[in-house]
Design a protein around this ligand. Sequence first.
Ligand code: IMP
Length: 192
Amino acid sequence: MRKIVFATHNQNKLKEIRSMMPRSIKLLSLDDILCHDEIPETADTIEGNAKLKADHVYYKYNLPCFADDTGLEVEALGGEPGVRSARYAGNDKNSEANIDKLLFNLKHKESRAAQFKTVIHLMDKKENKCFTGICKGHIIENKRGDGGFGYDPIFVPEDYKETFAELSSATKNKISHRGLAVNKLISYLKSI
Ligand code: IMP
């Protein structure tokens, strides 16, 4: 069985992606390989951060590995918060504060168009591969819904009326940035 590391400590993401992987691949987490490093996310792009995380594991443990990074890009804010999505309102990564800051900065802006972007970086036998998933939509004025996480309560995906926080996780996974990027990764892994 082929082993591949997903460079994350996030058990929810791990569970989600594990359930989508073909049986021929055994997905290992950072905990499984006893990697307890806080891998730095110091790049200034989403692509750069995904690469930093995948490289860290590949070069330290010599195991095939992929890592993901996601950001919310808001048109009227020149693509912000983007790579700074998690820490938009401060280093404590507080989702409520991030949402409040975003809604404040969007007040009086005409366009509320936004997109989530996920990049997955795969390192396998020194080969670099990148898979991108984009989900377009818009930011509403007041939070709606209890599901999901992060900016979900204020993001309405294109062709839907509900926010990500109001949609079921099955629907979100089907149309989301992360779901799309993961599907591209899986198609590639099945092909090699
Ligand atoms: P990460 O790269 O997956 O850790 O995502 C960085 C930040 O983007 C998170 O801390 C969230 O604030 C935000 N984010 C990522 N994915 C989602 C999502 O699916 N919904 C809402 N917010 C998200």
